[in-house]
Every structure is written in C-alpha cells, then in structure tokens.
Design a protein around this ligand. Structure first.
Ligand code: NI
Length: 276
C-alpha cells in the first residue's frame, strides 16, 4: 500500500501559512492569451459517460481502474494557480479533454474564478484538503474539519461538491480512508503514473515519463501548480491521444469499473479488489 508515502507533491507545501480569508473574490485572469495553435491538434472523442453513481462494490481506494477500452484519467493537483491553471485549461479545451483537478481549499478561496471556469468547461473537481498537510498525522476531527473546509470552498466558488479525495503526498491511513468514505462518500484516489513533475525534471522528461507509464485504466498524476508541468502538456496530451487513449474524469473512470474475474477458489470470499 502507498500509505503515508511521501512520493508526490513534496515540493508543493501548503501555499500560504495563514488561513486565507473566506469568500475572497478575484478577478478573472484576463491578461493571458493562448498562443495561436500551429497545425492540427489531436482531439479527444466526444463522449458522454455517467459519473453520478459509483457501481456497487466500488472500492475505498483506487490507483487505477479495471475498464474495457483505452480510457484514462489525467489529474492535476495543488491548484488552482492564477496563471498556470488557465493556461492548462486552454490546452485541454483545444483537445476536448476533460480532466480532474484536486484543488487545495485555501487556494480555491484565493482564486475562485479559476475554479468556476474549470467547472464551467466540464472538468471535475476533487478534494485535495484545505491546507495540504499530511493527513495521516491528523486526528479524526481535524481530518473531517480540513476536508470539509475544502469541500465548502469548492461549493462556494463553483457550486459543485467534490466526489473524490486525493490525499496530499498520498498519505492516508487505511482506517482514515474508511472514515472519509463513510463521512464524505469519497473514494481515495491515488495514481498509477507519477512523472515526479514537482521535481521539475524538464518538460520533455515529464512528457516521456507519462507516455512511458500510461496504460488503459490508468490514473496520471501531475501538478498544475508548476509552470513546467503545464509546458509539458501539449506534447503529453497529443502523445496520449495519438496512442489511442481516451480521457475521462476520475468519477467517470470509476463508474466504468469492470468486475475482476473471480478466482477459482474464492467461493464465499470477498470480491477481489480491482485496484490497490
Ligand atoms: Ni499535492
């Protein structure tokens, strides 16, 4: 298990030490203009998949999902960021790709307009906690308070409720995952592809790691907090599309979950989980 692994987002510490003022409004990021596209851009197919209900027997945690077809979910953590997120949204829109954004509640309060745009363009918002602390060190009450604050910030900013949790650093005890599932209805979402983009290895390295690691049913971890990650996205997204992958949101990917074939000797035992 990946409990309390400090593998991801380690450079993405809580962005502000003091708590952000509640309900702060920011103006739209109107200064940025996307450079004109040169040449044809590959396009994700038009698709309409349900995400409203999870299948019965859905897991408490996922790092990938067993699906039929070349579906993947790309996720972006630690935003919203006032410049990098809008730039990424432009890239996704050009390609008809829907992604999942695991936002930090404090940053949502600072940049609610970015979250509104993200939702308006069809992306999914997930809970990445309010303060980006290592949740496995929190008491149950602190954990519920922190996740509730992020949920409420997203609801205030964009009128939607997150449906999944990605714990900062992937750190959440199994007992806490069960608590979060019971209290919030969130499955805990980890990942199957980690390009370590927060270490800023260079855009081309980020691209090649993602292209090399992605398989059907995969969940790709990336961080829209970092400009370099966003710089890597045109080649990454185009490369994944050209390999035949089709992008869906995390909730859509879970809703597609296929039952794993039962092992021959498993009569009467619990179903085999399709994800770690
Ligand atoms: Ni993070």
């Amino acid at each position: 298990m990946m409990t309390a692994t400090l593998s991801s987002c380690a450079a993405a510490a809580a962005p502000r030490s003091q708590s952000a003022p509640q309900g702060v409004k920011t103006t739209a990021n109107s200064g940025y203009r996307t450079p004109p596209v040169k040449g044809p851009v590959p396009r994700n197919p038009d698709q309409n998949f349900p995400s409203a209900t999870y299948p019965s027997g859905s897991s408490i945690s996922y790092s990938r999902v067993l699906v039929s077809g070349n579906y993947i979910a790309i996720t972006f953590d630690d935003g919203p960021h006032p410049q990098n997120t809008p730039r990424l949204l432009d890239m996704l829109r050009e390609r008809n790709i829907k992604a999942t954004f695991y936002v930090i509640g404090q940053s949502v309060n600072l940049y609610p307009g970015v979250v509104r745009r993200t939702v308006a363009e069809g992306h999914e918002i997930g809970n990445h906690s309010n303060t980006h602390r290592l949740l496995s060190k929190l008491s149950d009450e602190e954990l519920k308070l922190d996740l509730g604050r992020c949920r409420d910030a997203v609801a205030r900013a964009a009128g939607v409720i997150p449906r999944t949790l990605r714990p900062p650093y992937g750190g959440l005890l199994q007992r806490q995952r069960e608590l979060v599932h019971a209290e919030f209805g969130y499955p805990t979402i980890l990942w199957s592809v980690d390009p370590l983009d927060w270490k800023r290895p260079g855009a081309s390295v980020i691209t090649s790691r993602i292209l090399g690691g992605t398989t059907a049913g995969g969940i790709v971890l990336a961080h829209d907090l970092h400009a370099q990650t966003v710089d890597a996205m045109p080649a990454t997204l185009d490369g994944l599309l050209s390999r035949g992958f089709k992008f869906v949101t995390v909730s859509q990917l879970i809703a597609m979950k296929k039952e794993a074939p039962a092992p021959a000797s498993a009569a009467g035992s619990a179903p085999v989980p399709a994800a770690q």
